[in-house]
Design a protein around this ligand. Structure first.
Ligand SMILES: [Cu+2]
Length: 204
């Protein structure tokens, strides 16, 4: 080997090393700046892919969990349905009870309002409040004298007089009178002292 050969070899080796070094540095430089710049665009599409993978994976892998969730949802829906059914049943029961109460209350209260001893209450049919009341068969009506004067609750009409079914006789202010109706029918009553005072009890 001559000195020229050695130099040539050394040069070629050095040149090669230099090229490699430059290439590596370029690669590093290109990859370094390329990393941040291209990364975003790479990461942007990546997320969807990753998300899709994750979403798809769960469908397959998290089936137990989804089943658990679905079961919880179904349980919740069943509970809601049950509650709705219970509400419906309660509403139905309440409606039935209300209808029953409306159809035949077993007790009713009637007031003899203050001032009924003076003519005029009959114009508004307000000498007994309410002037017409309804109870079921076996129901009891209780009259309370809220007036300052004494009154009677006497079955019959002012025109035909007492029919003998019931008569409170004189009821003093603040006192009460009650009567239990055992048979269905329409029962008129009035006040013997103040014949303009009339009322009616319907027994159903
Ligand atoms: Cu009276």
């Amino acid at each position: 080997m001559t000195a020229a050969d050695k130099f040539g070899i050394a040069f070629s080796v050095g040149f090669t090393v230099a090229l490699i070094a430059i290439a590596m540095s370029f690669g590093a430089m290109s990859s370094a700046p390329a990393a941040p710049t291209p990364m975003p665009p790479v990461e942007k599409p990546a997320p969807p892919v990753v998300e899709e993978t994750i979403e798809e994976a769960p469908v397959m892998e998290e089936t137990p969990e989804e089943e658990a969730v679905e079961e919880e949802e179904m349980v919740a829906e069943e509970e809601e349905h049950t509650e709705e059914e219970e509400h419906t049943e309660e509403e139905t029961v309440e409606e039935v009870e209300e209808e029953t109460v409306e159809a035949a209350p077993m007790s009713a209260d009637v007031s003899i309002p203050e001032g009924s001893s003076t003519p005029g209450c009959e114009a508004d049919n307000a000498c007994y409040l309410p002037a017409e009341t309804t109870v079921g068969i076996g129901g009891t009506v209780t009259w309370t004298n809220d007036d300052t004067a004494a009154h009677t609750i006497t079955s019959g009409t002012p025109t035909d007089g007492p029919d003998g079914m019931f008569d409170s006789s004189i009821v003093m202010s603040g006192a009460t009178f009650e009567y239990t109706f055992e048979e269905a029918g329409q029962y008129d009553y009035f006040c013997i002292v103040h014949p303009w005072m009339t009322g009616k009890v319907s027994v159903e």
